[in-house]
Structures are given as C-alpha cells and as structure tokens.
Design a protein around this ligand. Sequence first.
Ligand code: GLC
Ligand code: CA
Length: 555
Amino acid sequence: MKNAWWKRAVVYQIYPRSFMDSNGDGIGDLRGIISRLDYLKELGVDVVWLSPVYQSPNDDNGYDISDYRAIMEEFGTMEDFDEMLSGMHERGIRLVMDLVVNHTSDEHAWFVESRSGVDNPYRDYYIWREGKDGREPNNWESCFSGSAWEYDGTTDMYYLHLFSKKQPDLNWDNPKVRQEVFDMMDWWCRKGIDGFRMDVISLISKKPGLPDGEPVPGSEYADHGCANGPRVHEYLREMNQKVLSRYDLMTVGECAGVTTREAEKYASLDGTELNMVFQFEHVDLDNGPYGKWTDRRVDLRDLKQMMDKWQTKLAGKAWNSLFLGNHDQPRCVSRFGNDDPRYRVSCAKMLATCLHMMQGTPYVYQGDEIGMTNCPFETLDDIRDIESINAFHKYTGSGQISPEDMMRYIRLRGRDNSRTPMQWDDGPQAGFTTGQPWIMVNPNYKEINVKKELTDPDSVFHYYRKLIALRKQEDIITEGSCQLLEPDHEKLYIYTRTLDTEKLLVICNFSEDETVYEIPAEFSHARVLIRNLPGDQPEGTLRLRPYEAVVLKTE
Ligand code: GLC
Ligand code: CA
C-alpha cells in the first residue's frame, strides 16, 4: 500500500443529475458528462467519483437502485456509459462508481419477490419482522424522518428501511445477499471501472435482535444505532478477499458514525478492508438540538481540533479522505467561509488550500472549483430533496420549528444547495440545459460560471488547478506528517507538514479581519509554494488579509 496511486490522487465528484444535460430534458446525463471530459482533464483531477447512474425510480435521486446492471433511462444507455468510461481512461482519469448496497429500491426484483410471501426464496434478502403490540417492531427512526419500519399488508409484517420506505435494507447476514453483491461488483470491475465509493457502508451489519434504542428527547423514536455493527468488518474483509483484492481499485467507505478507532479498521493500510473512509465528525460540529436543522456555525477552534484529530490518529495506520462538501452537504464556501461577493473568491481558494495541504485524498465536489454557493430557495416548492421535505413536515408539523425558520435552515444546510445545476456559462439556465432544469439554477450564475473562470487567470478554477498540480510535484503533501499550531487561535488555521528535512507551513485566515501572525524562525527564509492573494515575500510579521492563505516551504 506504500505507493498506492490513490494516495496521490485528487478525486472529483460528479452528481450526474446536475452536471450537464445533453438533450434538453432538464436532467443531467452521461452524454453531458462526455461533453465535459476535457474540462476535467484541464482541471487535472485523477479520479471521478460518479454518484449513482443505475436504474432507479429516483425516490432519493438514484440512491434507490432497482437494477444494479442497468443505466437509468434518463441518464442514457450502457453504450453511453462505456463511451464515457473509455473517454475518461483516454484522458488518464479513473472512474469510481457509487455502490449503494445497504439497501435497494422497493422496485428491485429481489424486493418485489421478497414482499410477495414468507416462503419466497428472496424473503430473507431483506429484514422482515412481526409488529409489536400493534406497532412497529422497534423504535428506530429513519434517517429521513418517521419510523424505520413500513407495514406491508401482503404478509402482515414490517420491513426495515433506514432511509425512505422506498429504500428497504438488505439483510447482509444472509450469505446469498453478500454473494449477489460481490458478483455484481465483479461484473462492474470486469467492465474496467477503477473503484467504489460505498454508500452508508458502516450501517450494513445490524445488531442481533434489533434492540430498541434510547429515545431521542421529545420524540417517540430513537437512533437506530446501526453504525459500525458487530459484523461489518467481517463482511468488508470478505468483500475484499472475494472482489477488491483481485483488481487495482480505489475504495472509500461512507461511514456515518465512524470513530478514528473504527476507521483504523475500515481503512487500515494493511489493505484488508477499504482504502479510506468518509468520516462526518467535522461536518456535524455545527449541528444543533434538531441535528443539522439549525443556523449554528462551527467555531474554528472546534474545526481545527477535529481535523487535527483525524490527521494525527490515522497517521501511519490508515488513510484519510479530505472533504468539505459533497452532494449531501451545503456549499463549503457558504458554510465554512463567506459567500459575500467581496470575499467569495478569496474564501473559496483559502478553504481549498487548507484542505488540499492536509494528508489524505482530497475530494472536489462539482462546482466547488468555481466557488459555487448555497442557493436562495424561497419556498418548499423550490426544494426537491426528500430529506429536506420530510424534515420540514416533521418539525413544522410538531410545532418544534416555525415554517420560516425551517426554510431558513434548509437554505443554510439542505442538500439541494449542492444539487443546483452546474454553472457553465452566463446564458439561459447557466448553460446546463436548453430546457427546464429539474431544480432551479442558482441566480448568481451570471457572476459565477465556468466560462468566466476559464478566461480569468486569477479565478478559483485556476487556483484549484495549481493546488492539484502541486500534489503531483511535492511528495511532502502526500507523505508528510501533520502538526497543528495555535489551536486556540480564533481566526487563523495554521499547521505544518514535515517530511525528513523538508517542512511546509500552511497559514489560513478564516476571518474577514486583517490578522497578524509571527512566522516561526525556521520558516524565515522559506519560499512561497502557493498563496491566494498577491503579496511580497513574507518575513517576520505576516499581515493576513481577509480569507488570505499562504503556504511556505523550507528549502
Ligand atoms: C448516503 C448518500 C445520500 C443518500 C443516502 C441513502 O448518505 O450520500 O445521498 O440519501 O446515503 O442512500
Ligand atoms: Ca438529459
């Protein structure tokens, strides 16, 4: 694992529904992606993580799969897929597919069979239970609000769904289910894909007996407690032996509820499970009493402490993935920085600097490389995301949150912020489609778009390009150890990287105030590796402008 290619890689996440529409139906598609491959090549990314493109009734935008070996009609055909894959490979870009196997769609043939009768051979592919005292079998809450159980009249029993009721959970304790999944993965590997991003993989092993959880105060439901279940590592090791180890892949597990200790197993450098995990501790820091539905902002000191914990605890043992946003998170520049037009550009570059200089594999979410922002959705009619819509009804229905506050929270934290169409140019619908897009375009597209970014040498795009290229030139970015400085500083995020005799100093101003920093003596003759604002050679006292970032390297 020492020289594994994925340690040096930068990954770009495509959310296909919102990336590029080729045929004017308002929905992004594979031919749209094909038409933009040269753009990705210019950015310099090594890998594309493609959110699901499989056949799906789209209850959760493709995370509810009804056929793992077919392409969603709206997205194109298998021929389009093959052409996209070879187009990527020709440009030296690898493809990581989304693997959604904690659950399927309720329209998947296995589930259609499974629900048809208790003796059906597919019955045990899913998790069926009798009701308890005329109610659900236990008190678990779905991640998308309401009970995690759905009653099914055909057999007078309930099935488990940790997400929507159209996403029934697979029963991983059934060896036949595991074999089906492994065969399907093998089928995609033989097609030539280069890896998997494994959706909520930390949830696949449920506790025996499915015990009630501790009820959330003020609610009849409890957390399902399925994260890092008793057999999850056993199942991943089996997957590794049967499939992953037979190909040269990159694997990343989406691990809700993962701790650094668990991550050492999931992403151990000995290569027995996965290559890396997505952890969520740093994007949960700004949660409030109603989880993500809040206007709280993270305190920089907490963010630094959390990032540093993951940097140091995994060092030499496991591998980090680095991200500030994805299709489930709001836009990072709005959330961790400042999307005010005065600061947006500096801020987008500063956040990218802070993240890309850390140890791990960085992920760029589509649009972040041009500094896209949260979207001013007005009413619930503008919202498409099942999570936001269900939460709106839950909290306004119970009277815990007013409709106005809930809309405000959705504007700050809802998943649709990152799902508005990619802004390609300043023409109608931002050049995303010639038709009506499935979700509104952010009205700031005339200001923020790819066309403009490509022509401006000081753009966020060109800055990302430099950051990505630096990772190829400087081993220290991949290999160096990480040390946080000034943990209690409220405005500056400062850390060093060390590899043998070389050192990097990364200084990021997370505030809109000019902030002073004394450069440590060992960096007094260091050269500037990259910075987001023009300036003189920094020496002695550094005056950082709002959202300024400077990286120094000792010779
Ligand atoms: C993951 C996906 C998210 C999806 C959920 C259920 O968290 O990233 O988009 O809704 O799993 O599949
Ligand atoms: Ca289309």
